[in-house]
Design a protein around this ligand. Structure first.
Ligand code: PFF
Length: 438
């Protein structure tokens, strides 16, 4: 049983919504559409789906079962399972990744915050179409403004985490996740009835394999990792608040399905609008911050829709950032015996400080993002798969995997994935990133 002082989910719905909240974030609404746009549309989506099913779901299971069976933060979990070995260092890698990712995640979420309040107050409508790119360029080169928005976002994150697993994280997820889907449905209604709907659907659903490059293949794998919050122990941490008798197989499938659904729906909102207004679907990272606002500026009621869209981005970012913070906070609470509220605000302050260079030094954000997405998460994911597949004995893994809805067939398939498929596939990404292949 989880000790009351560590907190626990009220049930599997709380866990699924919180974990789906962690997964659904900027990765779905910001990265997935722009990467789809630059990597052959549906060809990228198809590869992404394969990565989610073959590697993502087995790794969610691996992380959650490590957390559920130890009831510890990532460092404590590996220490409990393999005392006196180097494995706890893998937990440390996760804690460091949480620090690093949240440091720049807060800056990008700060942009969403700026866009939300500006569109809500009608300010975005005051700039013309040409001005959007300039507006974004000005925002991203205005250090103090970005730091202020990042600070506000980090304060929201800390306030939720400080309230605890049930009253903070679970409650926020239970409010924000349904709201997020509702907002998305409103936007979808507009998008799918716009003139460019069929072109947008074609773009997202018809594969153009000739545009897919080797680096696109790797981007699909990396995207699956980042989007499912894998490779740094976020799912270990959330799994540690799960009671022993809760099943993990169905939730793992549900989390992956919700995450994928949201990424695809985000694409279904964005691309029809992009085509309706004759814009460029392969615009890259500026897709939602420059291209999409241009569409909003041209459409009737665009200010209102822009507000809804950026609020959606913001909510998605909040439910993800709380999981990033929680990885570090759970470590500080468990290992250093610090009170939750002190740990939450203290760690948030440190991470905020670490994020300031991402806001003020040009190019730094991309550098840290590259470090985290291309290195920390894949290395972490590779090692977690190796741990679950090779360091844990079959009996140990079977005992940790057990739950309400388990089957020996399911266990066998999972074990094969974490032993062979996941380490091989992720190993390939790493070798490619090292420049050793491709
Ligand atoms: N999954 C989040 C997203 O798609 O935006 C990002 C993320 C959250 C990555 C938590 C890693 C993590 F541990």
């Amino acid at each position: 049983m989880a000790t009351p002082s560590r907190g626990s989910w009220t049930g599997h719905l709380g866990f699924v919504l919180a974990a789906a909240g962690s997964a659904i974030g900027l990765g779905n609404i910001w990265m997935f559409p722009y990467r789809t746009g630059t990597n052959g549309g549906a060809a990228f989506v198809l590869l992404y789906l394969i990565a989610v099913i073959a590697i993502g779901i087995p790794l969610i299971l691996a992380e959650v079962l490590i957390g559920r069976s130890t009831k510890k933060n990532p460092v404590g979990a590996f220490r409990t399972l393999r005392q006196g070995t180097a494995w706890p260092a893998l937990g440390w890698l996760g804690v460091v990744a949480g620090f690093v990712i949240l440091s720049y995640y807060g800056v990008v979420a700060g942009w969403a915050l700026e866009y939300t309040w500006r569109s809500a107050l009608g300010g975005l409508g005051a700039i013309d179409e040409e001005g959007v790119a300039e507006f974004f360029a000005r925002l991203t080169s205005d250090g103090p403004r970005q730091v202020a928005e990042q600070a506000a976002f980090m304060a929201i994150t800390a306030a939720i985490v400080a309230r605890g697993v049930e009253a903070g994280i679970e409650r926020a997820s239970k409010v924000l996740m349904p709201l997020l889907f509702a907002l998305l449905l409103v936007l979808l209604g507009y998008s799918l009835t716009s003139e460019g709907a069929s072109q947008g659907l074609d773009f997202l659903l018809k594969p153009r394999f000739d545009e897919l490059t080797w680096s696109g293949v790797l981007a699909a794998l990396g995207q699956a990792f980042f989007s499912l919050s894998l490779g740094m122990g976020a799912m270990i941490t959330y799994g540690s608040y799960l009671a022993d008798d809760e099943s993990i197989v169905k939730p793992a499938f549900l989390i992956a399905s919700l995450d994928t659904l949201l990424a695809i729906l985000a694409g279904l909102v964005i691309f029809p609008l992009v085509f309706t207004y004759g814009l460029e679907p392969g615009a890259g990272p500026g897709l939602i911050f420059i291209t999409l606002p241009k569409a909003f500026l041209q459409m009737p009621g665009g200010g209102f829709l822009a507000t809804i869209f950026f609020a959606l981005v913001l909510f998605a970012a909040v439910t993800s950032s709380i999981s990033l913070l929680e990885v570090v906070v759970s470590f500080v609470i468990d290992e250093m015996n610090v009170r939750r509220d002190v740990a939450s605000w203290g760690v948030a302050l440190l991470i905020f400080a670490l994020g300031v260079p991402s806001a003020v030094v040009p190019g730094f954000l991309d550098l840290v993002d590259g470090l985290a997405s291309n290195w920390l998460l894949p290395v972490g994911g590779f090692l977690i798969a190796v741990f679950a597949g090779w360091a844990m004995t079959a009996d140990e893994a079977r005992a940790a995997y057990r739950g309400r809805s388990n089957s020996e067939l399911g266990f066998g398939a999972w074990r094969l994935c974490v032993r062979y498929l996941a380490p091989t596939a992720v190993g390939v990404i790493l070798l490619q990133n090292l420049g050793l292949i491709g």
